[in-house]
Design a protein. Structure first.
Ligand code: ADP
Length: 860
């Protein structure tokens, strides 16, 4: 226990898994926590004076199952192994931490999402900016950047790291702490010294084996150096291995991408659904036809990082257009991609010394298929495909170099032979040949002895404890020759050995242990030679990922009938026949009504959209946002045609937010998000606002909505393209009076007492909000509906402010029946109801019922 306490004291923030013989054991508080999470039985161990110590444990081979569970539950796992052979140890076996696993550094497939990167992030807040680094230890991705805080928040939301390292003793921006808490991101404090420039520089220089930071582009970049040094230190410290697969440091320029703030990412459901169960509600789910896990990750990256350079967007969309027109190439690509494994993560296993022979074999097979991908791409003309094909062609021969050494069937372990192909190594072949005749002798022993003894059921077998044996069932005991020596008795049989067998076994087993060592050496040599080429291999893997992402977008475009958008430098959105990609794909039977958008700075730049609830306002807003975004990814878009002036940011304020759990009221969230828009929108932005001002009293809400609309119209710096859906009809007069704004409505038709939603966008304002109508359709009791109509009439006539307590109180003081006793109002309401009736469609019984109801209500 003394040894345990020493190690525990060095890792106080971890759950310590302590190796004892074949078991991992946990003690004290760790045992209590782990027993609950892992479902282990808690026992106790008498620990002398300190009384009973809680204890639990499991066989070491179950760790693959238990460690990830612990990490997924938000804990850090410290793995303490015996680091010397217990047989050779004097006194207590030496033990040491061999790895620390936390959410951001786990390489275990059980908790990794194949189609999402697994990021660890480190931050270093400055006055107005923040230096940050992202690393994915599973693939070796490593990048650093510095940006204003809002841009970093956008990046944080897009990459959704699993863990964020923060320097000890530093105040963090509240928004980041809040974000981490709401997304269950582990915040790990790292001692300040690891952020010191000198120390950080050394860590980086040592890792990349460079003598100055200049070659990495970090010259003079103090904060970036500090933050990337800290993250690298943490990774190396946790993994306790080399991490040679981290081969370069990317200097990220967030300026290349459209800014998407966390609320837009969430509201537009790009890669994550608003509601966790709705996995099919994301744009990713509609566009994802990727075949490989790497391609899936790349596509996800593209979707959350739309481009803003027209040239780059066009390069991509041109490539997609070419693939869309080449179904044969698409078919070929699919076949080749299908056999390519997650090379990026396999290389990660190689670089961190975890790869087994199966991993290398998988890499070898994938490399050969990468050449096939290159061959398919070579018939295409787009410069992007040329470049990809060239990179992929460099895989030529590399796969065979691996495959010619390894067997086709491989074990999981690397120390027990069975890995190396005959013919791959002369020395190994010679060693095998030496015992070949003995092996054959054993192999043919069964047939020989069956014949000799005349026992057809005689078997020759092998087990680890007894070695080779001859098994004869008990009924044939009388046929056992004298040289057979009994070794073991089972239920129905006896097991024997002969002196000859014993001798043969000794020779084989000593030769085999030498063969296993030799195989292991050959395997390690192969692993090293693969690792030496890691940089090139990573580029091949990246080229596969990119090809797969192109493949996916092209297949989606073909299957879903998308078109290529024209993207231009400048402002304006022109969409014909646009549709919502997710709604249409999730509801194939829905007769979705396509709609147009036509906005430019010279004509209407702002749309004020009215229409009853359920008309399709939110859908129209979101589909416009998604079409613009898809165009800037370079993807084809769901429309008949689209011309999109590149936007720098998409802002959204739509729908109910899930931030209530953070203790903010809906209205507060709405205002925070709107404030962000009004502070940061530019004339190149796209702003989507849905039902602003709903969370407060009518006049408050109307006034706020009014002022926001005016500001976006009048302030040239904030002159964004804006789609503004509202239920405040009062605002339609405002939109009429503004030069760059127009009134639009989503059409509905009244049909008797029914509302028919046409879902079509038309110029002009909608004349009524139909709220009560929709409520009636939803089945609100007719008495409540009638009363609502009365109240509405009264409010409209007498201009009572429903937010004014005194006025409302006065209304409430009068008995309900008297309150609207004016014969005028009743007559008006009665007439309205009569107008809606369709006697020709009523049964006599319904007619009588209606008459009785009307009488009861209006003529008591
Ligand atoms: P609102 O924001 O006006 O309340 P929504 O956008 O939420 O309305 O749409 C309400 C419903 O109408 C949605 O369930 C959607 O499936 C359907 N809908 C919206 N737009 C269309 C359309 N263009 N064609 C067909 N159905 C639509």
């Amino acid at each position: 226990m003394k040894q345990y306490y020493e190690i525990k004291a060095q890792n106080p923030d971890c759950i310590l898994f302590f190796r004892m013989g074949d078991f991992f054991e946990l003690f004290e508080n760790d045992a209590e926590i782990a027993s609950k999470i892992l479902g282990l039985t808690l026992t106790s161990r008498n620990n002398g004076a300190s009384g009973n110590t809680p204890l639990c444990g499991f066989p070491h081979h179950a760790s693959e199952r238990y460690f990830p569970k612990m990490v997924a539950a938000g804990y850090k796992v410290a793995v303490c192994e015996q680091v010397e052979d217990p047989k050779l140890a004097k006194g207590i076996v030496k033990r040491a931490i061999v790895e620390i696993i936390s959410a951001g550094t786990s390489m275990n497939e059980a908790i990794l999402d194949a189609k999402a990167a697994s990021y660890l992030c480190a931050i270093l807040p400055q006055k107005n900016t923040i230096a940050f680094s992202f690393a994915d230890v599973t693939t070796g991705y490593f990048a650093v950047s510095e940006s204003p805080i809002p841009n970093f928040e956008s990046e944080l939301a897009r990459r959704m790291p699993k863990e964020i390292l923060v320097p000890a003793g530093m105040d963090l921006p509240q928004s980041i702490v809040e974000f981490a808490r709401s997304e269950n991101i582990l915040l790990t404090t790292v001692a300040e010294e690891h952020y010191e420039w000198k120390r950080a520089s050394e860590v980086i220089e040592n890792h990349f084996k460079v003598t100055s930071l200049e070659s990495l582009g970090l010259d003079g970049q103090v904060e970036k150096t500090r933050v990337s040094g800290a993250i690298l230190w943490y990774l190396i410290d946790q993994k306790k291995s080399e991490l040679s697969h981290i081969t370069h440091l990317e200097l990220l320029d967030l300026g290349e991408y459209m800014v998407l703030d966390p609320s837009t990412l969430r509201n537009l459901e790009l890669v994550r659904p608003l509601n966790a169960d709705d996995v099919r509600s994301t744009l990713m789910s509609v566009l994802d036809y990727t075949v490989t896990a790497m391609g899936g990750r790349r596509l996800r990256e593209w979707i959350s990082h739309p481009l803003i350079s027209v040239r780059k967007i066009e390069e991509r969309s041109e490539a997609i257009a070419e693939l869309v027109a080449n179904p044969i190439v698409l078919d070929e690509l699919k076949l080749a991609l299908r056999e390519i494994l997650d090379m990026e993560r396999l290389l990660g296993r190689v670089g961190s010394g975890r790869a087994n022979a199966r991993d290398l074999y998988g890499l070898g097979k994938s490399l050969s298929k990468a050449v096939k991908v290159a061959e398919s791409l070579s018939s295409l003309k787009s410069p992007i495909f040329h470049a990809l094909a060239e990179t992929l062609l460099s895989a030529e021969g590399k796969g065979d170099d691996i495959l010619k050494i390894l067997n086709d069937e491989l074990p999981i372990t690397v120390r027990e032979g069975g890995m190396i192909r005959t013919g791959a190594d002369a020395e190994l072949d010679r060693m095998n040949a030496e015992i070949q005749d003995r092996r054959e002798w054993i192999a043919s022993l069964e047939a020989r002895e069956r014949e000799r003894l005349g026992v057809n059921t005689l078997k020759v077998g092998y087990n680890r404890v007894f070695g080779y044996y001859i098994e004869v069932s008990k009924i044939h005991s009388d046929k056992i020759p004298p040289e057979y020596i009994r070794k073991q008795t089972t239920v129905n049989a006896e097991r024997y050995i002969t002196p000859e067998m014993k001798e043969c076994e000794t020779i084989i087993s000593s030769a085999e242990s030498r063969i296993h060592d030799a195989e292991y050496r050959i395997f390690c040599r192969l692993r090293e030679s693969v690792n030496a080429e890691r940089h090139e291999l990573q580029q091949i893997a990246e080229a596969v990922a990119e090809t797969d992402a192109f493949f996916s977008l092209s297949v989606a475009a073909r299957k879903r009938g998308y078109v290529r958008a024209e993207v231009f430098e400048g402002t304006g959105i022109e969409i014909r026949g646009g549709f919502h990609p997710v709604i249409v794909s999730a509801n194939p039977d829905l007769a979705f009504v396509p709609n147009d958008v036509s906005l430019s700075p010279d004509a209407h730049r702002m749309m004020l959209i009215t229409g009853p609830n359920m008309a399709g306002k939110s859908t129209y807003l979101r589909q416009t946002g998604l079409i613009v975004l898809m165009a800037q990814i370079g993807s084809f878009v769901p429309a008949e045609s689209a011309r999109i002036g590149v936007v720098d940011r998409i802002f959204t304020r739509v729908g109910a937010s899930d931030r209530l759990s953070r203790g903010l009221s809906t209205f507060m969230v709405e205002m925070i998000e709107t404030a962000n828009i009004l502070r940061n929108a530019t004339e190149k932005s796209l702003v989507l606002l849905d039902e602003i001002g709903r969370g407060t009293s009518t006049f408050d809400g109307l006034s706020i909505a009014w002022a926001i609309f005016e500001t976006l119209h009048d302030n040239p710096k904030r002159a964004a393209i804006t789609l503004f859906a509202t239920h405040y009809h009062e605002m339609t007069t405002l939109a009429d009076s503004l030069e760059h704004a127009g009134n639009y409505q989503i059409a509905v038709r009244e049909d008797g007492d029914k509302l028919i939603f046409l879902h079509r966008i038309l110029a002009g304002a909608c004349d009524s909000s139909y709220g009560i109508h929709v409520a009636e359709m939803a089945g609100l009791p007719s008495e409540v509906v009638r009363r609502a109509r009365k109240i509405l009439l009264r409010l409209e006539k007498s201009h009572i402010d429903p937010s004014d307590a005194k006025q409302v109180e006065k209304m409430r003081e009068q008995p309900q029946v008297d309150m609207f006793a004016s014969p005028d109002e009743d007559t008006q309401l009665l007439l309205e109801e009569l107008r809606r009736l369709k006697p020709e469609e009523m049964t006599p019984l319904q007619a009588l019922q209606t008459l009785t109801e009307l009488k009861a209500h209006y003529a008591k």
